[in-house]
Design a protein around this ligand. Structure first.
Ligand code: NAP
Length: 320
């Protein structure tokens, strides 16, 4: 199902001032906003999209209270919940940031300025690219990074999902509801995905797992027609005819965004936070996947938890 977006800021690009600017509206940003507004803070949210990765997830089955809910539906519910408090949302991307005396000034791609005494960064992480010939060329013409957006386009078709983690497993399971055949292509001999997913993959006769295979090239004419695979043990190459390639090989941290704000990052590029979600810059907090998750977990529930802590810390910072 599609996201129903209502209440997004539009119109003339007047500057926006708030006590807290939340950047990002995935589960971390939305929860941070919910907590901040309930603490009585004046909050504005700036985000490229609503829901982040959550809105692109297939079925979510491990968020308490919902035995099985689609990613877009959970995103809608969180968004509507936060919006019911009258929070201002702006669909925009922050392209520059400056620290002024007593406040931060963020500039959106729209040209609008967002000023806040505190900032909560919850920008998530970007899908990693394979970096093989054909990937860029066929993006949107068979190559996809969002199974939940594109799965229905592949009804009755053959598709490959690349990766061996939870994202790849959940994409393969979702695609199997539409496609006639789903090949899960993984570079090693065992999956990284949760056992729960592995059992579902094994019992789904539309899904075939191809172990120890890497994609060397994505081929096609006007659309994807197949992929060239290399066996990592024998070096043997083979071609697999598919109409779609779903790349699900993890995420990359938003290093550039962190640099704009002068935030310290770890060796992988994730924003360094203390247990209270504070960063090295007083007044800036971070939460969710842009910090690499919580104790290695990158789930909706951990992103939400980090968002709640970040908002609480911002409240203490602003109101003593
Ligand atoms: P991930 O856990 O980092 O797994 C990435 C997978 O892609 C790994 O299997 C990795 O192989 C493979 N890979 C990485 N680079 C590759 C390359 N260049 N070529 C081929 N394969 C490559 O990423 P994820 O699956 O996107 O998950 C990210 C986080 O979100 C995880 O913490 C996950 O638990 C969470 N998540 C949770 C759920 C859920 O609970 N329902 C759903 C989706 C995501 P190796 O195994 O060999 O490293």
């Amino acid at each position: 199902m599609a996201l129903r977006l209502r209440g997004l800021g539009a119109g003339r690009a007047e500057p926006v001032s708030a006590e807290v600017i939340v950047v990002g509206a995935g589960p971390a940003g939305l929860t941070a906003t919910l907590y901040a507004v309930r603490y009585g803070l004046d909050v504005a949210v700036v985000s490229k999209d609503i829901g982040g990765q959550m809105a692109k997830a297939g079925w979510i089955e491990n968020y308490p209270g919902f035995k099985r809910i689609s990613g877009p539906e959970l995103a809608n519910r969180m968004y509507e919940h936060v919006r019911s408090y009258g929070v201002r949302f702006f669909l925009d991307e922050i392209v520059a940031a400056e620290r002024k005396s007593g406040f931060f000034e963020l500039k959106g791609r729209s040209g609008r300025l967002y000023r806040g005494r505190a900032v909560i960064v919850a920008v998530g992480a970007r899908k990693r690219r394979l970096g093989v010939p054909g990937e860029e060329e066929f993006e949107g013409r068979g190559v996809s990074y969002c199974a939940v957006c594109d799965a229905p386009l592949f009804r009755g078709r053959r598709v490959a999902v690349i990766g061996g983690g939870d994202s790849a497993a959940s994409a393969a399971l979702l695609l199997a509801e539409h496609a006639s055949r789903v090949y899960l292509v993984h570079r090693r001999g065992e999956l990284r995905a949760q056992q729960y997913y592995q059992r579902q993959l094994a019992s789904n006769d539309r899904i075939e797992i191809l172990y120890n295979k890497v994609v060397e090239e994505i081929k096609g004419d006007s659309r994807v027609k197949g992929i060239v695979l290399r066996d990592t043990r024998s070096g043997e190459k083979s071609e697999l005819a598919v109409d779609g390639v779903f790349v699900e090989i993890g995420f990359e941290p938003p290093r550039e965004f962190a640099e704009k704000l002068g935030l310290e990052v770890d060796e992988k590029g994730y924003i360094k936070v203390k247990p209270d979600m504070s960063t090295n810059v007083p007044g800036i907090y971070a939460a969710g996947d842009c910090c690499g998750g919580l104790a290695g977990l990158r789930q909706v529930v951990t992103a939400a938890a980090m968002g709640a802590v970040a908002a609480t810390s911002a409240y203490r910072y602003l109101r003593g």
